[in-house]
Design a protein around this ligand. Structure first.
Ligand SMILES: [Zn+2]
Length: 135
């Protein structure tokens, strides 16, 4: 078996792949650094595997390792709180509310008009355009 390849974790106690091979075997794996680049964190999960590679700087017989985590079990770096969701929903609703007629639309109003197309054109909104369809 090639050096640093231990797909069953028999030699190193953890599934071990040389750098680059891990993603051929299992593309759900990522290092902490790679997770961070995706805006994720391991979120307390046990490492699923590890990378092992020979470093030019390291002394002979001391390969470098990096733990691999499951992307599917990773969590967003920052938990989305209820307050954040509510504030986002308010912001989205404001963009769908016409300041002229006060109606809430199912789509975001064009910012170029500053009001709904119906107010801009003097027409009556269709029921499908309105949120809740309670026209
Ligand atoms: Zn309007």
């Amino acid at each position: 078996m090639p050096q640093y390849l231990d797909p069953y974790g028999q030699r190193y106690g953890l599934q071990t792949y040389p750098w680059g091979v891990a993603w051929i075997v299992d593309d759900d794996l990522a290092t902490k650094k790679q997770l961070a680049a995706m805006g994720l964190r391991p979120a307390g999960q046990e490492p699923a595997a590890q990378l092992m590679w020979r470093s030019r700087r390291a002394k002979a017989g001391h390969p470098r390792t990096a733990l691999l985590y499951r992307i599917s079990q990773a969590k967003p770096k920052r938990e989305i709180t209820a307050a954040m969701t509510a504030s986002l929903q308010r912001a989205m609703r404001a963009r769908r509310t016409c300041p002229t007629c006060g109606l809430v639309f199912v789509y975001c109003l064009p910012t170029s008009l500053g009001e709904c197309p119906n107010c801009a054109e003097g027409t009556t909104p269709e029921s499908w355009e309105l949120e809740g369809a309670a026209a």
